[in-house]
Design a protein around this ligand. Sequence first.
Ligand code: AP5
Ligand code: MG
Length: 212
Amino acid sequence: MLIVFLGAPGAGKGTQAKSLAAKKDLTHLATGDMLRAEVAAGTELGLMARGFMHRGDLVPDDVMIGMIKGRIESPESAGVLLDGFPRTVAQALALDEALGAVGASVDRAIYFEVSREELVRRLAGRATCPECQRAYHDTFHPPQKSDKCDDCDAELVRREDDRPEAVLNRLDVYGKQTTPVLDHYRAVGKLVEVNGEQSIDAVQEDLIAAVG
Ligand code: AP5
Ligand code: MG
């Protein structure tokens, strides 16, 4: 099974992906998390990607396609949940081609619908675990112990690209470069829309129903 999560920055993709992947035995591939690990490790890829991420721009397509292709062609591709990829039509076409080469295709593309005002509220209050990448929110989803991850006990951090100016650019980039990807999946009847403004548990229930 191959599921794609689509939605603006702050829509709740990462929050939902972790529990859905565990319940449905899917490998959660989050390109943003993979890039942040490269940045933290100071690799060549991380050094190249850092400027784009800091500004809230997309990392070039050829880099992202190369990163995901290797994972799709490996045996773990039996069950994958893609979170943050594809984000351009070129990435969506490359994904179709890579999956086609191994006789597979995207089963469902799930779009999290959330208003711009709510996205800004969520990103302004987000804290993230640097170990497991779990997301918390100061008001909507606080950790049990102040500033510590419930799962790893690591000190929570604020993402560099959650600065207000980077958030505004990420939302603009999303509107221009990623919304056309919705039409790509709508055209082949694979797009499922989920109301991402419900409670975290209610969104999860809708996702389970959508995935089947
Ligand atoms: P990435 O890490 O993918 O960031 P993003 O798409 O901007 O999305 P976020 O992770 O910010 O939001 P989310 O939807 O996961 O929300 P979350 O669950 O955390 O990408 C970062 C960067 O990497 C990009 O800008 C780009 O530079 C680069 N990149 C990555 N992939 C790329 C690609 N394919 N091509 C090119 N470049 C790429 O939730 C947000 C907050 O809301 C949290 O505080 C959470 O607690 C709270 N929340 C969640 N759900 C709810 C709810 N139902 N009610 C109330 N609060 C909620
Ligand atoms: Mg995320």
